[in-house]
Design a protein around this ligand. Structure first.
Ligand code: GDP
Ligand code: MG
Length: 174
């Protein structure tokens, strides 16, 4: 039996309406930081995260948008070679939930039906202002062959788990 783990490197892209918390999720996951301010032009390329999963060494290159979601169109450099997608909406914002569905259609037509996607209802700490039920989002995800979870970048709840779940799906798809 080999004791050397296999190494897998995956490109992961974040998509979703502006202000849903994409940058916040990445910063919380990769740098354990959270900011109350919103900066659309935070980073040009990607942050890296490494961890072990089922005797595999996984390296994620996590690409955050530089605000191009405003144009509702994707540049090829952004999504090319993506192994997985994190599709984010804000549980208090129905428009962001609608837009998430448009992004899902767009990314599936660009990357094909097999690319692992996790839909993330972010800002779960704002439960009292919730507009989208967990059950609705879960059934939408299931009907569209995507994973689903809720998270809070602010409270660091569900953040690591969402990237680990996606990594698990990407390993399976290898
Ligand atoms: P992006 O445009 O999708 O990258 O969104 P940002 O990460 O810039 O976040 C937009 C705003 O939402 C910022 O003011 C964040 O502080 C706030 N935000 C992000 N995540 C959360 C969260 O989980 N809970 C709450 N309450 N606010 C959040
Ligand atoms: Mg951002």
């Amino acid at each position: 039996m080999s004791a050397t783990p296999d190494k897998f490197t995956f490109k992961v892209v974040l998509l979703g309406e502006g202000c849903v918390g994409k940058t916040s999720l990445v910063l919380q996951y990769c740098k354990s930081q959270f900011r109350d301010s919103h900066d659309v032009t935070l980073q040009a390329s990607f942050l890296t995260k490494r961890f072990n999963l089922k005797n595999n060494r996984v390296e994620l290159h996590i690409w955050d948008t530089a605000g191009q979601e405003r144009f509702h169109a994707l540049v090829p450099m952004y999504y090319r070679d993506a192994g997985g997608v994190v599709l984010v909406y804000d549980i208090t914002d129905p428009v962001s939930y609608q837009r998430m569905q448009n992004w899902l259609m767009q990314i599936r037509s660009l990357l094909g039906p097999k690319v692992p996607i996790i839909i993330v209802g972010n800002k779960s700490d704002l439960d009292r202002n919730r507009k989208i039920s967990k059950e609705d989002a879960q059934s939408y995800a299931t009907a569209n062959s995507a994973l689903f979870t809720e998270a809070s970048a602010k409270m660091n709840s569900g953040v690591e788990q969402l990237f680990v779940s996606l990594a698990g799906a990407m390993l399976k798809a290898e």
